[in-house]
Write a protein that binds this ligand. Structure first.
Ligand code: MTE
Ligand code: MO
Length: 331
C-alpha cells in the first residue's frame, strides 16, 4: 500500500500556501509592537535575529545546496551553534566513547561508495546509491534544536529532506508499523567496534507515523556542506523532538517491520532508554535529571542552564502523535 502524504493526520502544506511559522510569529510580534510605538528598536532586533539564522559555510567540505524549509517548526530563530562546537563535541561510539573521540577518529570512515539498503515489509525493496538518494527530493535547509540525553543541546542547520519522501518511494506494506535504522559497522575503519559498550551495528527505530512526520529528516549535510564524518556522513537521521541517540548516524539499511525494533541503547540498558525517547523534562533518566540542559557553546562557569522543553519545544507539531499515551511508561 502506498502511504500518501497526510495519512498521519498532519497538514502537509505546500510552499505556495504557507508562511514559515517562525516568520509568521515574528511578523505578528512586529505588528503588535508597531501598535505600541516600540517598532524601531524591535525592527533592529528582528533584523539581528534573521542575521543569526543566516548560516555561513565553514568552507571545509563540499557545498550542498538547499533552500530554506517551509515545514512548520523546521526553522528555529535561535542562535545557531558554532560549527566548531557542533563538530567536536558529540557522540559516535563507533569512534570512541569520549565526546572528543569522533572528531579525532572518524577520519577513517569511508563514505564513498555508499549504499543504503531498503528492505523488510515494502513493495519496492532495493539498494539506493547515495547519489540516487540525494536526487530523490530537493534539499531543504532546516534549523533544529538537537537535545542529547546527557543534558546538552545545540542548534544545527541541517540539509536534507523529509524521510517520508523515501518511505513513499518504497511503498511499505499495510502491515508495516515500524521502521528500523541500521548503521555502518565496519571493524576495519571503526575502532570503537572493539568495545562491547553496545551491540553493533547501532540500531534505532521509529513508529511509522513518527517516520512519516514532516519534521523527521534524512540528512546529508549541515551548515551548507556535506556532513563531516563525525556527524554521521554520508547520511543520517534527525528527529528533533527526541533525545540525540534516536538520530542514527551513517545509515546503511532501513527496514520496515510489524514489530517494535530492538534499539541499541534499549538493549544496553532497558531501564534507562526506552523505545520512544521523546524529550521530556518530567521523566528523569534514572541517574540524572532531564529538566535542564546546557547549550553547547554557552558553557561559562556562570551560564545558567536552560529549562528543557516538552518534546524539545516541538510539542505543537508532534504532541498529537502521543495523545492518550502514558509518557512515564512509554519513555
Ligand atoms: N551510529 C551511531 N549513531 C549515533 C550515535 C552513535 O554512537 N552511533 N550516537 C547518538 C547520540 S547519543 C547523539 S547525542 C547523536 C549526536 O549527534 P551529533 O553529532 O549531530 O551531535 O548521534 C546519535 N547517533
Ligand atoms: Mo546522546
Amino acid at each position: 500500500m502506498l502511504i500518501k502524504t497526510g495519512r498521519d493526520g498532519f497538514h502537509h502544506p505546500n510552499s505556495s500556501e504557507i508562511t514559515p511559522e517562525a516568520m509568521y510569529r515574528q511578523r505578528r510580534e512586529m505588528l503588535k509592537l508597531m501598535a505600541t510605538g516600540a517598532a524601531g528598536a524591535a525592527l533592529a532586533s528582528w533584523a539581528g535575529r534573521e542575521a543569526l539564522a543566516q548560516v555561513q559555510r565553514p568552507g571545509k567540505l563540499a557545498a550542498l545546496q538547499a533552500t530554506r524549509s517551509q515545514v512548520p517548526g523546521a526553522v528555529t530563530m535561535e542562535k545557531v551553534t558554532e560549527y566548531k562546537d557542533a563538530t567536536t563535541y558529540n557522540n559516535f561510539y563507533e569512534f570512541g566513547t569520549d565526546k572528543a573521540d569522533p572528531a579525532k577518529n572518524a577520519g577513517t570512515l569511508k563514505t564513498s561508495p555508499w549504499t543504503v539498503e531498503v528492505d523488510g515489509m515494502v513493495k519496492k525493496p532495493g539498494k539506493f546509491a547515495l547519489e540516487d538518494l540525494l536526487k530523490l527530493s530537493p534539499q531543504e535547509e532546516r534549523i533544529y534544536r538537537l537535545r542529547c540525553v546527557e543534558g546538552w543541546s545545540m542548534v544545527v542547520p541541517w540539509v536534507g529532506y523529509p524521510l517520508s519522501k523515501l518511505v513513499e518511494r518504497v511503498e511499505p506494506l499495510g502491515g508495516a508499523k515500524f521502521v528500523e535504522f541500521h548503521t555502518q559497522a565496519d571493524r576495519a575503519t571503526m575502532p570503537g567496534l572493539r568495545s562491547g559498550v553496545l551491540d553493533w551495528p547501532y540500531v534505532e527505530g521509529l513508529r511509522m507515523d513518527e517516520a512519516m512526520h514532516p519534521l523527521t529528516l534524512l540528512s546529508f549535510g549541515m551548515y551548507g556542506e556535506v556532513l563531516p564524518n563525525q556527524n554521521g556522513a554520508p547520511v543520517r537521521l534527525v528527529v528533533p523532538w527526541k533525545y540525540g541517540f534516536k538520530s542514527a548516524k551513517s545509515l546503511v539499511r532501513i527496514r520496515f517491520s510489524d514489530k517494535e525494533p530492538k534499539t541499541a541503547w534499549n538493549k544496553a540498558a532497558a531501564n534507562e532508554y526506552g523505545f520512544y525517547s521523546n524529550v521530556n523534562p518530567e521523566v528523569d533518566h534514572p541517574r540524572w535529571s532531564q529538566a535542564t540542559e546546557r547549550r553547547i557553546g554557552e558553557d561559562g562557569l556562570f551560564t545558567k542552564k536552560r529549562k528543557t522543553l516538552m518534546f524539545n519545544g516541538y510539542e505543537p507539531q508532534v504532541g498529537q502523535l502521543y495523545a492518550g499515551m502514558d509518557l512515564k511508561k512509554n519513555y
